[in-house]
Design a binder for this molecule. Structure first.
Ligand code: FES
Length: 128
């Protein structure tokens, strides 16, 4: 069996939603101390919906594929759904990641969480 699924390869080679959202109202950045990789997530949230999401990563192929898939999974969804996105769901949507690469998908989950914390910090009324 190939180490990486076709979906991982597709998202790695053709990542979706790469870039910066200049007027994002939620930005999060996280890093993995072990590998030194960094991920930044930009969200544009309107009326409780993730209208747009983009990411930048200085990370490995699995991190690129994970963040690409994660952005697809939360785009157009209510903030509550984005809150609940787990790295496990991202890995499953990619048809799996090798065990030793699961931490890369954690980076995607944490970057989204970090962006949402930023959102709530800037707009406490949004918490309702
Ligand atoms: Fe660092 Fe994948 S090896 S995120």
């Amino acid at each position: 069996m190939a180490l990486y699924s076709d979906k991982v390869m597709d998202h790695f080679l053709h990542p979706r939603n790469v870039g910066v959202i200049e007027d994002a109202n939620a930005v999060g950045e996280v890093g993995n101390a072990k590998c030194g990789d960094i991920m930044k997530m930009y969200l544009k949230i309107e009326d409780g919906i993730v209208e747009d999401v983009k990411f930048e990563t200085f990370g490995c192929g699995s991190a690129i594929a994970s963040s690409s898939m994660a952005t697809e999974l939360i785009k157009g969804k209510p903030v509550e759904d984005a809150m609940k996105l787990t790295n496990k769901a991202v890995a499953e949507a990619l048809d799996g990641l090798p065990d030793y690469k699961m931490h890369c998908s954690v980076l995607a989950e944490e970057a989204i969480q970090s962006a949402l914390e930023d959102y709530y910090k800037n707009d406490p009324a949004a918490k309702k």
